[in-house]
Write a protein that binds this ligand. Structure first.
Ligand code: MLT
Length: 261
């Protein structure tokens, strides 16, 4: 298995020509991939990721405001006129169940849109610490080319994303005899970063720049929530414009439009 990694979306252009047949995992630990994953545990139907607020509003008109929830952030704060910000626990069952979530965030949704625009990916999976074991389980049975697309923070690496990507690599190396696994240098750097923090993942989040902003905004609880490993056992994946669930059932994977939990 060849594993490559980029630290933020603008790096993806160097992979444009070599991306055929790749599986891509998108990570944004603080907080969008954690929020998206948690929203599915609360029964949302699907998530539409948009790079801009305007695109969110256009889609809301198309789907009907009663069927959608507008969520997301700019500079960590809820967008004016949106129902939810980007704290995972805002996306509770009483709010999101059976709804379409239209979300735009500073980095993650741009990362997803860049992957779609520049890469011919076989699949695009959404990963956070919350569902990392399920993602590792799924990928370990598919011994082919994997790219980990970290969202970063406005064009530079995010420590929490790097450690999460490194943990995924560690799990894959553990699960399969990938001794001969070919790791790109960025992938190997992420693996080493994970080994440094593996006994205290919360510290990796606290040491990151973005967590300092969240603490300043009074959102420290998001850091503890996003540091939980494996509380959700499913994989959101991107398909034809929306993010939906991919559920492991007895080794078979089927597409679940929405699932009551
Ligand atoms: C992002 O997309 O950059 C993050 O989700 C930002 C945040 O939630 O504060």
């Amino acid at each position: 298995m060849k594993i490559t990694l980029t630290f933020y979306p603008s790096e993806l252009k160097r992979l444009k020509s070599a991306s055929g047949g790749l599986r891509v995992v998108v990570i944004d630990v603080l907080r969008a991939s954690s929020t998206i994953t948690h929203a599915f545990s609360q029964g949302c139907k699907a998530v539409y990721p948009f790079a801009s607020i305007r695109d969110c509003l256009i889609k809301a008109r198309e789907l009907g405001r009663d069927r959608v929830i507008l969520g997301g952030e700019r500079n960590g704060l809820k967008i004016k006129g949106f129902r939810l910000g980007n704290s995972p626990q805002e996306y509770s069952r009483d709010v999101v169940e059976d709804k379409f979530i239209l979300i735009t965030t500073t980095n993650c949704t741009k990362n997803v849109q860049t992957v779609i625009r520049l890469m011919t990916a076989k699949e695009i999976l959404v990963c956070s610490f919350l569902n990392l074991p399920a993602v590792a389980e799924y990928l370990a049975t598919r011994n082919d080319r994997l790219h980990i697309a970290l969202s970063g923070e406005e064009g530079e690496a995010s420590l929490e994303d790097v450690v999460c990507g490194g943990m995924l690599i560690h799990r894959l190396l553990e699960k399969t005899d990938l001794i001969e696994a070919v790791l790109s240098d960025p992938a190997r750097l992420a693996y080493i970063a994970y080994l440094h923090y593996k006994d205290n993942l919360r510290q990796a989040l606290l040491d990151s720049t973005h967590s300092q902003l969240l603490i300043k905004l009074g959102m420290e609880k998001d850091i503890d929530f996003c540091a939980q490993v494996g509380i959700h056992n499913f994989i959101p994946f991107y398909l034809k414009g929306t993010i939906r669930l991919k559920e492991p059932v007895k080794g078979l994977y089927y597409w679940v439009a929405s699932r009551r939990r």
